[in-house]
Design a protein. Sequence first.
Length: 219
Amino acid sequence: MSAAAKPPYILRHLKNTGLGETAILMLNASKSSWTEENPKWPQEKPNQPFGRLPVLIEKSSDGSPDFALTESGAIDRYLARSLGFFPSDPKKTAHQEQLHDRIADIIPLIVQEIQGVNTNSKEKINELIAKLKEVLPESLTTNGSSITPGSSGLTYIDFFIYAFFRHFVTFCELKAPEYAAQFKTMLTPEVTKVISNVYAYPNLQSHVADDKKVFSFLA
């Protein structure tokens, strides 16, 4: 799809939460036409689909109703399909979605522990992190990511991995340093190469310019 043919988007999200970051990376990487909205929260909650953020609005060009979508995972997958960031092999796509979900399982458990909502999940969190550390390098080299042999470039999982380490691991450094330390042990050559590939992508330079402060290994 040419840049001119891509529909304009609006992305509503709360800054500094990271929940819209994967979508932002894909929108910028594809040179899509899009604008950002940061609603006042919780004042604008009743005006959002399901009362949640982020929200993606795809503007209609034919007079039909605009397309609205919430839930960060659903938004990211929709954009990956629409903008061509999933591998052409559906099995590799399925493995990218599987890896996303494995990582996404950890995030709410840590947030709930920090908030004191669930203080009995430490063993489960440690188990999930240990398994992720075990499978992450091999998964990235086989699931069609930018470091998979024969890959044609950046894909959905590259953007998600970048966003995860950029925002959630940084959040854990402030709120849950024990888990941040464990995540940082996952910065194997495979993972750092994925992050470096995203950082070096020409269309993303203005967006990621300050991220050397976060990723000390970036050239």
